[in-house]
Ligand binder design. Structure first.
Ligand code: GLY
Length: 403
């Protein structure tokens, strides 16, 4: 594919018109990441080929692991291709993005899981944002309708999983915060506030029950559907019930930052700042801000890092930096905003320099060293597509925040 650096060209122009050395290094990091992503994703596309399956990770043997649309990660690959189209304005990327976006189309009717936001918003949502295509918008609305059927008024939350029914009556996981963006979008599209109200109820109930006094998050809460009471607070992918699983903490940071952006409700910004405090001040957070897979993993520092958590955090910190700055209530805005931007950029820089694959490596994935589920010995220290998606998203926000 030809390299047309649409964003970068604009930045070159700005620098030529009086930029400084710092802007040059920002330009070069962003340009280099896009250049690298173009080469790697061309390889990934060639490896994926003409199929109705999308890529998730590589297996121990080095083989590409392709997944059907019902897998929770199926939207990230088309989403990454949409970001490439946004970076380059090259229609070839759009054609690829559309092709693999339609691989997940049937998920709009899948009522068996809460992962609708991941699957549909990352694929069709980005597609709609960049093209305004009405067909994409209809898919987003239909998906939000189906997701809403998983909401229980008594509990006040959307049910996450249907599996493990012998263990949990009504499991809600912190990851579920990421699906709320789709509901906010559906209210904007339709004017029907019921989507918005479900999202706010879910965010409020999760805020009340899912956090410890130090603002570390539990992974899984089980609710009683008759009384709405919490039955248990446990983990599935973390080290222990009382430990803080790093990707869960990243979902929480991203989720509440997004909820503040969509609602303007101060309580969500307040919580996002407290979640950020936990992340930034934790004794086990490494200096490069790429967390171990669990903040309380027992063998730290001899534990795998989770690059996916870092990429999600980088993207979220870019947003939080902007939102804190604009907040119209009492908060030390300037210092917090600058701190969050520095952290977001530090993570992005460290991922770019120390965790990126080399061109041609690992079937075309961008980043190495993510952890899917350590307790299940599944996808430990491997490339994973959602790390790549949030890495590209953070790169986009990096460029936007340094115009
Ligand atoms: N359920 C999404 C994740 O593993 O983070």
């Amino acid at each position: 594919m030809k390299s047309v650096y649409f964003f970068c060209a604009s930045m070159v122009f700005l620098i030529a018109c009086g930029g400084n050395k710092q802007e040059s290094s920002e330009l070069s990091l962003a340009r280099e990441n896009i250049d690298f992503a173009e080469k790697q994703l061309e390889i990934l596309i060639a490896n994926v080929g003409d199929t109705t399956y999308n890529p998730r990770t590589i297996e121990g043997s080095g083989m590409l692991h392709l997944i059907p649309s019902k897998d929770w990660t199926s939207g990230f690959y088309p989403g990454a291709l949409w970001y490439m189209y946004e970076f380059t304005q090259d229609s070839t990327w759009m054609e690829e993005a559309i092709k693999y976006t339609f691989n997940v189309e049937q998920e709009q009717y899948n009522n068996k899981t809460h992962d609708m936001g991941f699957k549909i918003n990352c694929s069709f949502g980005n597609g709609y944002r960049l093209t305004g295509n009405d067909e994409f918008r209809e898919v987003l609305i239909q998906s939000a309708k189906v997701l809403s059927t998983r909401f229980n008024e008594t509990v006040g939350c959307i049910r996450s999983w249907d599996h493990h029914q012998h263990l949990w009556q009504y499991p809600v996981i912190i990851d579920n915060m990421m699906n709320l963006e789709l509901l906010f979008l559906a209210t904007q599209f339709t004017g029907d506030s019921s989507f918005y109200n479900i999202a706010v109820s879910h965010a409020d109930t999760t805020m009340k029950n899912h956090f410890r006094p130090d603002y570390g998050t539990y992974h899984v809460l089980d609710y009683d559907t008759i009384t709405g009471e919490v039955l248990s607070k446990v983990t599935h992918q973390g080290y222990a019930a009382e430990s803080t699983w790093s990707r869960g903490q990243a979902w929480a940071l991203y989720g509440y930052t997004m909820c503040y952006r969509e609602t303007g409700k101060e309580r969500y910004l307040d919580l996002a700042v407290k979640i950020a405090d936990f992340i930034l001040n934790h004794k086990n957070m490494p200096a490069d801000y790429v967390p171990y897979w669990d903040f309380d993993a027992p063998q730290i520092p001899d534990e795998p890092r989770d690059v996916s958590a870092a990429a999600i955090m980088s993207s979220a910190f870019f947003d939080l930096s902007k939102l804190v700055h604009k907040a119209d209530f009492e908060i030390p805005k300037d210092s917090l905003s600058a701190e969050y931007k520095t952290v977001a950029e530090t993570i992005l820089t460290n991922l770019s320099h120390n965790y990126r694959n080399k061109v041609g490596e690992h079937a075309g994935f961008l980043l190495d060293h993510s952890v899917g589920s350590k307790p299940h010995a599944s996808e430990v220290d491997v490339p994973i597509i959602y790390a790549d998606y949030y890495f590209l998203e953070a790169n986009k926000k990096y460029m936007e925040s340094n115009p």
